[in-house]
Design a protein around this ligand. Structure first.
Ligand code: PAF
Length: 285
């Protein structure tokens, strides 16, 4: 696997491949790679000729400096995993390679920015769009691959691509779960064995909702899930919402594309998870 730490070296490497007619798949990450990331690499390999992965712990998307500081950075084992997965090229820049001093960035994303995650992590999506815009500009991928676990992030990047007419196709890849149901996340390593057991309530509640969705009205289902999670020791619920999967407004009985999303703190670790309840295309779409 080729490893590039500068834009120039990455662009030089990709340029030749593009001239040879190869399509480029791109998997941007914060590192601390797990099976979920590797499934994105595999999907990229199925859909494009050359796969580029980036590992960059982007400071502008962390609204909590402590969270940024303790974000795991196991670069040697990440490189090993990518080599094992036959990734073609890794882009692993320094902060100074990505940002020149005090750059300003504001993208008018609309209300999506301020709902759910946006309420609890103000400024987060400005940082995400800022870095993803830069990465797309450097890599110029044909297709970029993102995980469903960050569902709101996917909607926001989709919105940015539309607003700025960026020539890239986006693909969302399913959430990967450990055998016990916990959604894979780089943050899971911070959970103690006991916290991990309590954290399972998130996927249990989402799963219960999916199984019981036709049995009650949406507000009652939401209440039941909230009660289930709040009753779990050591788990502090931030939100549980049953939403329209296009705009994240609260779903009602007419909503076709329903996604339930949850965020909670388990001990000091903040976790998110979601489930697609129904994914029916509306007539004419
Ligand atoms: O989802 C992530 O890992 C990050 O938010 C991303 C898309 C790599 C931007 O830093």
């Amino acid at each position: 696997m080729k490893i590039c730490t500068t834009r120039k070296s990455l662009q030089g490497y990709l340029e030749q491949l593009k001239q040879d007619g190869k399509t480029i798949g791109f998997v941007p990450t914060l590192g601390a790679l797990h099976q979920g990331h590797l499934s994105l690499i595999a999907l990229a390999q199925q859909n494009t000729d050359v796969v580029a992965c980036s590992i960059f712990v982007n400071p502008t998307q962390f609204n909590d400096p402590k969270d940024l500081e303790k974000y795991p950075r196991p670069i040697a084992s990440d490189i090993e995993k990518l080599e094992h997965a036959n990734c073609d090229v890794l882009f692993n820049p320094d902060v100074s390679e990505m940002y020149a001093g005090n750059e300003q960035w504001h993208l008018e994303i609309g209300e999506l920015e301020h709902l759910l995650e946006g309420k609890f992590r103000p400024g987060h999506y400005q940082g995400v769009t800022q870095v993803v815009y830069k990465l797309f500009d450097i890599v110029k991928p044909d297709i970029a691959f993102f995980g469903q676990k960050d569902y709101q992030q996917f909607l926001i990047i989709q919105k940015m691509v539309g607003l700025l007419h960026l020539p890239v196709k986006l693909m969302m890849c399913p959430i990967l779960r450990d055998a016990d149901g916990l959604a894979m996340s780089s943050r899971n390593i911070h959970l103690s064995a006991e916290e991990r057991q309590h954290a399972l309530i998130l996927s249990k509640a989402l799963n219960w909702l999916k199984q019981n969705f036709d049995r009650n009205q949406i507000p009652s289902l939401k209440n039941e899930c909230e009660a289930m999670i709040s009753a779990e020791p050591g788990v502090e619920l931030e939100y549980f919402e049953i939403t329209d999967g296009d705009n994240l407004h609260t779903a009602d009985s007419h909503t076709k594309k329903i996604v339930a999303l949850v965020a909670a703190k388990v001990g000091k670790t903040r976790l998110i998870d979601n489930v697609i309840i129904s994914w029916q295309l509306s007539v004419g779409s």
